[in-house]
Design a protein around this ligand. Structure first.
Ligand SMILES: Nc1ncnc2c1ncn2[C@@H]1O[C@H](COP(=O)(O)OP(=O)(O)OP(=O)(O)O)[C@@H](O)[C@H]1O
Ligand SMILES: [Mg+2]
Length: 365
């Protein structure tokens, strides 16, 4: 009898250890930035880790406090390089299944400050990859491909990486408004349009009621903030200031901060010209997103904007749905909303306090 009880206890302990050891982390691994959310001591923490990798390794940093991230996948060597103009492009759909995605996710996990451990990841796929476009059913082939890609071997030179025990794949965009919708006063007939303007893609979906049903999805791989980033890079290059995607993105975000602008533009006489070009592209992006949104959903009851490009297109969307007034909502910290919601959705922790996101800083080397 005693032995039976002890055995039962042992099984309980072992299963506890097994469930506890695979720490769950939500990772919205976008093409330009990886957003990571996890819960630590009842705090929901979020970081945004920009993608900027190049081939080969970097030599050891001069300063001891600067960490060098040299990775190997198979026989290929990669390094994280925030400011390189040779950064490999991650702004195409195949990125979801290649070396760079594996790198980006592991690199982002390393930025959490957590001690490397065994983890279960909840990751994302663009709606149009996640669902078959014809019948809105899950595209199991692509979901499996993404899982398999993230369970591949990767190593960090002179360091330890997280061990990925399992990968769950979720669709992008729509879950980002989960708690906003549940806490809103919408009824079962409300039709909410979610617009996700990311780095490379524009994803949209219509949610019926407080998440009763998803009635339509749409994706466009040609509309995204990278339109503005490319224009900014070109303008910078013509002012003798070649830059990575990362620096160009930072310039777009901080275009009203003249000190920052001066820091990245070598030829100061070109500053106004560069800022004008960026502004024109932002308008173009806004018009393109508004046009596609109107075509997709003419008269929704609410519109929610998520994704890093949301603040850039907010005015254009507001104008396109003028009658909705304050029912056109820019979700707070729009870029990381999806990672936060996926983390909250997948946790058993009852009381969670939400911390603001931290952007992993652009290193100056
Ligand atoms: N506050 C902001 N203002 C302007 N641009 C921003 C802001 N925050 C983020 N961005 C830009 O948004 C883009 C990234 O958005 P996001 O992280 O949603 O894209 P992604 O998920 O990587 O891309 P995708 O969903 O297309 O794969 C970057 O170009 C980033 O510089
Ligand atoms: Mg995204």
């Amino acid at each position: 009898m005693d032995i039976v009880i002890k055995r039962a206890l042992l099984i309980i302990i072992v299963s506890e250890v097994m469930t506890v050891s695979a720490f769950k982390i939500a990772v919205d691994d976008g093409s330009t930035n990886v957003k990571v959310s996890w819960i630590e001591n009842n705090q929901l923490k979020t970081i945004v880790s920009p993608n900027s990798f190049r081939k080969d390794w970097k030599s050891a940093a001069l300063r001891r406090d600067k960490k060098v991230y040299n990775y190997t996948i198979g026989t290929t060597k990669y390094t994280y390089d925030a400011t390189s103009d040779k950064a490999l492009a991650t702004t195409h759909v195949d990125y979801q299944y290649d070396d760079l995605n594996l790198l980006a996710v592991h690199h982002a996990l390393m930025q959490t400050g957590l001690k490397p451990c065994t983890v279960t990841l909840v990751v994302t796929l663009p709606i149009t990859e996640f669902y078959n476009s014809e019948d809105c059913q899950r595209n199991e082939e692509k979901i499996t491909k993404k899982r398999a890609n993230l369970m591949r071997e990767i190593s960090l030179n002179k360091g330890e990486l997280f061990e990925v025990a399992d990968v769950e794949v979720m669709p992008e965009s729509l879950p980002a408004v989960l708690s906003t919708l549940i806490n809103s006063d919408c009824n079962e007939f409300s039709r909410s349009l979610v617009v996700d303007c990311g780095g490379t893609t524009l994803d949209m979906g219509i949610i019926v009621g407080p998440f009763d049903d998803v009635s339509a999805v749409y994706g466009n791989n040609e509309i995204g903030v990278s339109m503005v980033t490319d224009a900014a890079r070109k303008a910078l290059a013509s002012a003798d200031s070649d830059s990575s995607y990362l620096v160009a993105n930072e310039l777009i975000k901080r275009r009203h901060d003249l000190d920052f602008v001066k820091e990245v533009v070598n030829d100061e006489s070109q500053i106004n010209n560069i800022l004008d070009k960026i502004e024109i592209k932002i308008q173009e992006l806004g018009s393109a997103v508004a046009y596609e949104a109107k075509k997709f959903a003419k008269n929704p009851n609410r519109v929610y904007l998520v994704g890093g490009g949301a603040p850039l297109v907010y005015d254009a969307i507001q104008a396109a749905y003028e009658v909705l007034g304050d029912r056109v909502v820019l979700i707070k910290d729009a870029q990381s909303a999806l990672a936060r919601e996926l983390c909250l959705y997948n946790t058993d922790v009852k009381e969670v306090h939400i911390e603001r996101e931290t952007l992993v800083e652009v290193e100056d080397e």
